[in-house]
Design a protein around this ligand. Sequence first.
Ligand SMILES: [Mn+2]
Length: 426
Amino acid sequence: MAPLEPSDILITPNNIDIQKAADGQVLIRNGSFLVDLEAPVEMVEVLRFFRAPRRASEVMSEYDGIDMEVLQHLVDHFILYRPSEAEIFAFGALIRPAQPIGGFLSIKDLPPPAEARATRFLIFGAPVDLGAAGYGGARHGPEAIRAACTMRLGALGRKATEGGTAAWDFETHQRHDLTQLEVSDLGDVSYTPGESNGDFGRRVTWFAERAHAHGYLPIGLGGDHSVARFFLRPFLKTGGAPFGIVHFDAHTDLYQAPAGIFSHGNPFDEALESENLKSLFQVGQRQLRTDRAEPTSDSRLQFVSSLDVWRKSPAEVFANLPPELPCYLTFDVDCMSATECPETGTPVPGGLLYYHALELVDWLVANRRIVGADFVEVTGPVSPSNRAAQVCASLMLRLIVGHGPTTRFENPQLHRKGTSLDTFGT
Ligand SMILES: [Mn+2]
């Protein structure tokens, strides 16, 4: 976001809570953003001053000791908003996750982009099913996926130091070094009952843009597939980098909808209007459908059906995905066989098995540059036995740890001899 200027108009959010603290201090809390700020008691006057929209320069001429640095600090902590943001966040912003993936990270603590050194993942959820045409329930997806994350990610948390420094994948014989990875969880964007998908989506977009601006690899948790539209928007800015979308799904999600209808059947129509999008590479399709229009002739579209996946190796599946093109991965869990992943709103017979998905995602991580990802269409219950959530959690964790330097190991029995996993080399 642009640095604050004296001519900028600011407003105090309507959901600020102020409590007395020790030594002439007050605790200012914005519960919507899960942030607290200790400040001198005089700051209460400043917040009153901004109950109506006023310019930053006005408060500086009115009160001693208030300068641009102080105001920027308040803006950074979401204690003062620009009016455009006040409109977006009037009804709240974030819900803290009960079981964060990696370390919980408050939005105010996002490090400056210049600090980027590790591969940093930022997880955030969009718990809605406003765009679902079939059964609802995808609003439970983010918490269900978190609940299914069984691997300790302490070492990947931004501030945590416990846990191991390597992930051992006893399925694929891969040892992933974790020391350069960071995984943080912002929580879920809060939905206000009655709010339209478009209004909710503006807030989701705002968080997706923060992740982008701070140099994170964003991982969005849906929600029905309509939320991918909002996760993708930061990649569509005019003049942005070329990229492709790898789209796992039983459906093509290329339905025509009236303008302004944000359905889970048309999550890519904004992306397809962008010159940044060079490829929409679809995997797992198997629907039988009628449509008024013939399938589009857009040359950026390619698909590898579910049956094709059964007959091909991962390298063959992705043979026509341009090697140099960075990829955004959107994973609709209904690409999977409903015998393995029944918790989804629009199941289709057939589908991928877990090992197909595992090998395809592994191949992408190893052979393409992933710039973002989402996992959508997992319905409730929020339970470790939700199989669709288990599959998404497993694929997401492998996508994350696969970004560390990776070597192969052969003998998984060695650690039984008391060898420390941290020092066991390959
Ligand atoms: Mn979909």
